[in-house]
Design a protein around this ligand. Structure first.
Ligand code: ATP
Ligand code: MG
Ligand code: MG
Length: 384
């Protein structure tokens, strides 16, 4: 039988492995951590760095096609693999998604609006920043996630200090936008250019980290949802993307006060905001990742149940004043109809660490919401 390889062994890789295995594939995971969540459940686990040439050769030997689950996998490693195996998404697309400046330039190329911004990569660039971009958010161009590598700045002085604090790394300064809400869309695009999208998700972040995803998006009109899907497809098509791509959007008030989409960023892989697709859609984002890389037909996903996804961060394992980890009250949560608990097999809980997620499906959106709020009460999560 065929073997599918994945660069990265985190929870996204683990859920990819589950999907691949359920379709009869063997799997190979490349991740330096010998106890990585995906490596633990994979047929082959190559515990080596992404740049290890021997490990890359071994991955190319055992895997018939390779994908990625880790946003910052070095593009050159993907190029090496692509010499002998299909790699989806390709190195060039991944490189765009890894760099906020390239990403924003790409949004513009695809005809999709993004926040007004400037690249800050020198003292001269810093000095010539347009005052209209303040107040804004200074973000490192590469390697940021979960709100890390970002500083909010109101004045030029704060901007100068923030850039120093970020080690004068190449940055993007974005205008701070008044957000009505946040959405994301997952698109899967095959090698033949056919693309399908999942229903648009509405996302709530806390402290820069995704906390809650709701589908159907409660505050999104059919027109806005269609527009988001169209934008996501245009962004994928204009970089010849093959695989699963997530595009995050802000909703802001347009000129005539009607809601308008602004692309925020994208991820060249399945996304945390798409985890609900496992339990609430007839085909998941991971199933489509498998289909994309294996050259199998893509089908339009159908949402069969309204759903709310709650991220389970390591904080849950620590009561307000306890320093010793305890197990959250899963049995009570699992007594709720429609509760689907996913834990990633990470041994040590740490605050802010993504340990798992809980998807609550319901016959109606209000039923899913009501039970999700009950789950929050049981777990000690804030209501939303
Ligand atoms: P992720 O974990 O999603 O990759 P990240 O660290 O790459 O996060 P962003 O998505 O750029 O960060 O920003 C994190 C959050 O900060 C956004 O979801 C949004 O809530 C807020 N934010 C970012 N940029 C802006 C902006 N220009 N205006 C207003 N809010 C913003
Ligand atoms: Mg990001
Ligand atoms: Mg983001």
């Amino acid at each position: 039988g065929a073997t599918l390889g994945v660069m990265g062994g985190g929870q996204l890789g683990r859920m990819f492995v589950h999907a691949a295995q359920s379709m009869g594939y063997a799997t190979a995971v490349l991740d330096a951590d010998p106890t990585s969540p995906a490596g633990l459940v994979s047929h082959h686990h190559l515990a080596a760095a992404y740049t290890d040439t021997a490990a890359l050769a071994e991955l190319a030997r055992v895997a018939d096609a390779v994908t990625t689950e880790f946003e910052n996998v070095p593009a050159p490693a993907l190029r090496v693999l692509a010499q002998s195996r299909p790699v989806a998404p390709g190195a060039d697309a991944v490189a765009i998604c890894q760099d906020r400046a390239a990403e924003k330039a790409h949004f513009q190329r695809a005809g999709v609006p993004c926040a007004p911004y400037a690249v800050v990569d020198s003292d001269a660039a810093l000095a010539s920043v347009d005052a209209a971009l303040l107040p804004g958010i200074l973000k490192t161009a590469t390697l940021g996630y979960d709100g890390k590598g970002q500083v909010r700045v109101a004045t030029r002085d704060e901007l100068t200090q923030a850039w120093q604090k970020l080690g004068k790394a190449r940055c993007v300064l974005e205008q701070m936008l008044p957000l009505q809400n946040e959405l994301s869309v997952i698109v899967a695009r095959g090698g033949d250019g056919d693309a399908v999208t999942f229903p648009v998700q509405q996302n709530l972040h806390r402290d820069g980290i995704l906390a809650v995803t709701q589908v159907p998006a409660p505050q999104v009109s059919a027109e806005l949802a269609e527009d988001a899907a169209r934008c996501a497809k245009a962004i994928a098509a204009s970089m010849g993307y093959v695989g699963v791509l997530c595009v995050e959007f802000f909703v802001v008030a347009g000129a005539d006060d009607s809601p308008r989409l602004v692309a925020n960023e994208m991820a060249p892989r399945p996304h945390n905001s798409g985890h609900y697709t496992i339990d609430a859609c007839d085909v998941s984002q991971f199933d489509l990742q498998v289909r994309c890389m294996a050259g199998l037909p893509l089908i339009a996903p159908r949402l069969h149940s309204p759903a709310v996804m709650l991220n389970l961060l390591g904080d849950l394992w620590f009561a307000a004043d306890a320093h010793v980890a305890h197990t959250p009250r899963w049995a009570e949560v699992l007594a709720l109809p429609g509760a689907h608990l996913h834990l990633y097999g990470k041994a040590d809980a740490r605050p802010g660490r993504k340990m798992g997620h809980l998807t609550i499906t319901g016959a109606t959106a209000s039923e899913a919401l009501e039970r999700a709020l009950q789950a929050c009460a049981i777990l000690g999560l804030p209501a939303f």
